[in-house]
Ligand binder design. Structure first.
Ligand SMILES: [Zn+2]
Length: 397
């Protein structure tokens, strides 16, 4: 058995504790100095740093970044279709997708304390399923430190590209936990057709669905309804997610309330990158209705946008600022969205500094959890599945 003690850290309650790790799992949380372990066991001196669970990035694109390469000036058109076309035309020039590029992104995730992610991976007629294979290879090269869950993502459309449905079906058969979708109305111009086809695969292959929905206003709202109806009909409660879904913040108050209730009843969850130009969300209503909210970085430094550094804390802070969160309970809630509350997005039963959880531990020099959110300080130590992957701010992998 491989053991580790992360000693003398502050838990959320403020008291100093030792976290005992055996074979990558937290087995005990004891008062500092009281854990009984053999003297030869490796020990990380926590120095009174604040301990948080590893961050869970619920919406990423680890296959398509130019991270680690010289700066790439943005050259796309400012529409979804314009960006798709730009990416397809330019990606080969930057070796996208590749194992090394994916590894560079996953290392940045670890540097910032992200130890699990749900990543959309492009599946199209050009790359086929090669991007998915790259992601598996890159994750394995880092000893599985970042636990990666795959969404097979039809970035270039579904029905408008004959052959893509078959690729999604194959990806689902080969282990993708979800298949993706993309603006069924504005990209395929056939919302019922795209959604029916995706739900048919999901039900038959027993996988989830995670749909990028950029369509705004009532057009987006209409697609929310189609998704919720099919989630109920297909028995997929808890396995369907809407990504971005800007429309939810743009509907009239009454329609929005009805929609939130419908999503809660259907068991549809929701992920956001909390962009600065989106309408605030009815997050309190969503919480009451049981609509799970996940935070993600989306793509970072890719052919869609030069922004993003892979730090989920920046996204949590963006969520807090977008919604005007100020009191300690709300600031703490934003951190929970990035950590414990995100467990379902990577199919974890338990995630936290608690016995039985994967040993994903982040140590930060901060006064308390709200202080972490507002300052987003450097991560001092990161332990991922029991491996020390960041020590004194320096990556070890
Ligand atoms: Zn995305």
């Amino acid at each position: 058995m491989r053991s580790l003690v992360v000693g003398g850290v502050r838990g959320s309650g403020g008291a100093l504790v030792d976290l005992v790790v055996v074979d990558g799992v937290i087995t005990d949380v004891a008062a500092a100095g009281s854990a009984v372990v053999p003297p030869e066991v490796e020990r990380v001196d926590g120095r009174g740093l604040l301990a948080l669970p590893g961050f869970i990035n619920a919406h990423a694109h680890v296959d398509k970044s130019w991270w680690g390469q010289p700066w790439v000036s943005y050259g796309g058109e400012p529409t979804t279709q314009g960006r798709i076309a730009h990416e397809r035309a330019e990606r080969d020039k930057y070796g996208i997708p590749s194992v090394d590029g994916t590894k560079a992104v996953l290392r940045e995730f670890l540097r910032h304390g992200t130890t699990a992610t749900r990543t959309h991976v492009d599946v199209d007629l050009g790359v086929g399923l090669r991007g998915i294979a790259n992601v598996h290879e890159a994750a394995a090269a880092l000893n599985g430190a970042v636990e990666v869950e795959i969404v097979a993502f039809p970035q270039d459309g579904v029905l408008r590209r004959p052959g893509v449905l078959e690729l999604l079906d194959q990806a689902a058969a080969e282990g993708a936990t979800s298949i993706g979708g993309l603006d069924p109305a504005s990209i395929d111009r056939d919302p019922v057709g795209q959604l029916d086809a995706l739900f048919e695969i999901a039900v038959r292959r027993n996988v989830g669905i995670d749909i990028h929905l950029h369509d705004r206003g009532d057009l987006g709202g209409f697609q929310y309804e189609l998704i919720a109806e099919r989630t109920v009909a297909g028995g997929l409660s808890g396995r369907v997610n809407v990504s971005h879904g800007f429309a939810l913040g743009e509907l009239s108050p009454q329609r929005r309330s009805e929609m939130v209730y419908q999503l809660g009843e259907a068991g549809v969850s929701w992920t956001t990158v909390a962009p600065v130009n989106s309408a605030p969300l009815p997050w309190r209503e969503m919480r009451t209705a049981g609509v799970a909210i996940g935070l993600g970085t989306d793509g970072i430094r890719d052919l869609w946008s030069p922004y993003g550094d892979g730090d989920l804390l920046q996204i949590a802070r963006g969520f807090a600022r977008l919604h005007g969160l100020r009191d300690d309970a709300d600031l703490t809630y934003a951190i929970e969205l990035a950590t414990t509350a995100a467990a379902p997005f990577v199919h974890r039963e338990v995630h936290g500094l608690t016995p039985g959880a994967r040993a994903d531990i982040v140590l930060i020099d901060a006064e308390n959890v709200p202080d972490v959110l507002v300052r987003a300080p450097r991560r001092e130590f990161v332990i991922a599945g029991g491996q020390v992957v960041l020590r004194d701010g320096v990556l070890q992998v």
